[in-house]
Design a protein around this ligand. Sequence first.
Ligand SMILES: *Cc1c(COP(=O)(O)O)cnc(C)c1O
Length: 355
Amino acid sequence: MMLTESISIERVKKSRLSTIDFSNLGFGNHISDHMLVADYKNKSWQEPKIVPFGDMPMSPAMLSLHYGQTIFEGMKAFKNTKGEIIIFRPQRHHQRMNKSLARMCMPELSEELFLQSLSALTEVDSDWIPTQEGSSLYLRPFVFAYEAKLGVKIADEYKFIIITSPVGPYFAKPVKLKVEEEYVRAAEGGTGFAKCAGNYGGAFYPTMLAQKQGFDQVLWTDAKEHKYIDESGAMNIMFVLNGKLVTPQLTTSLLDGVTRDSILTLSSSLGIEKEERKVSIAEIEEGFKKGTLTEAFGVGTAAVVSTVASISIHGKNYELPPVNEKSFQLRAKKKLHDIRLGIEPDVHGWNYIVK
Ligand SMILES: *Cc1c(COP(=O)(O)O)cnc(C)c1O
């Protein structure tokens, strides 16, 4: 198909870059100057274009608004110690995006189109990639049904858009989790493994209820019995239990996180055995009681690692010991950071260098 050179670029008349306070970015507060847009029509993806970020026309009958065909991805770009632009594991994000698209009956994208679009856009807005410690450019590709028609149907027209946002270090304080035993995020056979917008919409209400009770996030359990752990909020969950790294195995009801996969892959070089299996609430509770549960943390692109302070199980609150520099989660986070910036060798070929 097309080459990066052929992606047409319409530049902004005036960059907004000088209005951004890079020492105080937060997450998702600013959107970079440009966006990439590609249309799907006549059964194929058309040439992508880079244009100034801005509003776009849409019909109130746009199918995605009514029937929910909309999916997204989230990944990060950095400047490494050599000053090169790197995107972390975009091929893996591409594979997952295609799984999400297939589940939602939406047209898949070629790896070439995906990588070239990401590369071209990060290059155009390369001055938006923050270089302060712990910051990055968050990349948000998404696809949604754009066709206007009121009848229930699989859309024939879509848009693939990428917007980007400079994000600062994530200094979240340790989170308080509540094991959710009433509401469900996803059931086996449903769309839990797809990064589709509806999963988020349905999670807001139970999360809001938990927050009213003083928790930060819910720990989702299986839809059938509420006995086994799926994931936490919008992150995969990991435990250090009996000295082993334990995480729920992948099913159709939880998301196959890239951070999850990266940390599992790095576990042996960090000197820990890993177990991907069913994880029951009962064994986590027992781990608290016996003192064999030493760490719990969420993992995802945004925060990388999010320390869990406590977990409420059947209304009883259990606290985790505080983390220190020897904690597995902090060592894993540092290793990922060092690989991305080129401080440690990238033996797994995770860094995609934008040329
Ligand atoms: C995106 C996401 C994750 C984390 O995936 P990463 O690829 O590590 O960012 C976990 N759970 C849910 C529900 C998600 O949407």
